[in-house]
Each structure stands twice: as C-alpha cells, then as structure tokens.
Design a protein around this ligand. Structure first.
Ligand code: GRF
Length: 200
C-alpha cells in the first residue's frame, strides 16, 4: 500500500514507520511526507530515507479552507492508499477528513476514549490512572473519536511527571504505529479481495 504521512515536528513516529517500511516484507511503502511547518526534523528524517517531502505551511494561507485545499492537493498528487497522521498538530475540517474517509489513521497519546484532545499525560496524571498508553484510530470528523485500530498500554509509575510518562508512551507509540498500519493495510486488502469474490 502507498502511504503518505503528515507531520508537524520531530517525526519520531514517522521514523518508526520509515524503519518498518524499509523491510520489503512490510505491506506498505511511504511515498510522500508532508509537513505543515517548515524546517522540522521530521523532514530530514524523510529525506534521509529517500522519501519525497513537501511543506504546506498553514501560516502561508489565509484561513483553514485554502490551507486544507493545498494540503489535500499535495496528498492526492502522491496517490496514496492510506494517510498516516504522525505528530500532526492541526485539527482537520470535516470535508477534508471525508475526502480520505476510512483510509486516514492517527496516533493519539492516550488510551481512547479516555483523554481526548491535548495534554493527555497531564490529564492521565490528574485522573490518577495506573495504566496509560496510546491509540491508533481511523480519523473521522469528530476529534480523536474514530474506530480503534490498535492500542498499547504502559504503567504509570509513582513519581511520574508529564515528561517521564510522555517518554514511556512515545516508545510504545513507535512499537504500536507500524503494527497498527500493517494490520490496517492487511485488513483492507482482505476486504478488497473478499469483495471481488462476490462479483457475479
Ligand atoms: C508526541 O507528543 C506524540 O505523543 C504524538 O505527537 C507528538 C510528536 O510526535 N503522537 P512525533 O515525534 O512528531 O512523531
């Protein structure tokens, strides 16, 4: 499957996906990386892996609609089968999501449906949960709300700070995202094959 990845920063999740895709037995290849911010390290990670990159800087557009139109054009140019949001920090409007409905994934640093939105580690610590983690889900117009593809759990340890918990969860994200993408791609391939069995 052809995968395009949207990033906004460091791209450590992108790195995990790049490394997974480097194995030719992995059923996906990353065909383009698009960032909404220039000069972020994730762009260097993509370039180092020989993957095409593009910056669609939201600050260069007058408002959300023209930005998302440009972003959509950049993605569609790569003809991806799947879009992965990986540390992408923009909320996408419903019609953008609908253009890729059912084939856009996001990784969120909490065990959804708990702790949607931002500052998830602070939310977890304030709630006093003993288990935290991360979720890969299909993106729908509602924020952090679509069908769950996979999750990884980590313990919350005594004395944990936002930073120590975030670091533990980030490591789990790097294990989860490649596994979730593989499962998602394989499920779509099986469904596509299944559909062909019933053409009469
Ligand atoms: C991290 O906070 C991660 O939990 C979330 O996005 C942020 C940046 O991730 N998924 P990355 O290093 O840019 O992939």
């Amino acid at each position: 499957a052809r995968v395009a990845v949207l990033i906004s920063g460091s791209g450590s999740n992108l790195q995990a996906l790049l490394e997974a895709c480097a194995d030719e037995a992995f059923p996906a290849e990353i065909v383009k990386v698009v960032s909404n911010r220039p000069g972020v390290y994730g762009l260097e990670r993509a370039a180092a892996a020989g993957v095409r990159t593009e910056v669609i800087d939201h600050k260069a557009y007058e408002g959300r609609a023209p930005f998302e139109a440009a972003l959509r054009g950049s993605l569609e140019e790569a003809a991806p089968d799947v879009i992965c949001l990986a540390g992408f920090m923009r909320v996408l409007a419903a019609d953008f999501v609908r253009a890729f409905e059912g084939r856009m994934l996001n990784i969120h640093p909490s065990l959804l449906p708990a702790f949607r939105g931002l500052h998830t580690h602070r939310q977890a610590l304030e709630a006093g949960v003993k288990i935290a983690g991360c979720t890969v889900h299909v993106v729908t117009p509602a924020l952090d709300d679509g069908p769950i593809v996979g999750q990884a759990a980590v313990p919350v340890l005594p004395g944990d700070t936002e930073d120590s918990l975030a670091a533990r969860i980030l490591k789990a994200e790097h294990r989860l995202y490649p596994a979730a993408l593989r499962a998602f791609v394989e499920k779509r391939a099986a469904e596509a094959e299944g559909a062909s069995l019933f053409v009469v």
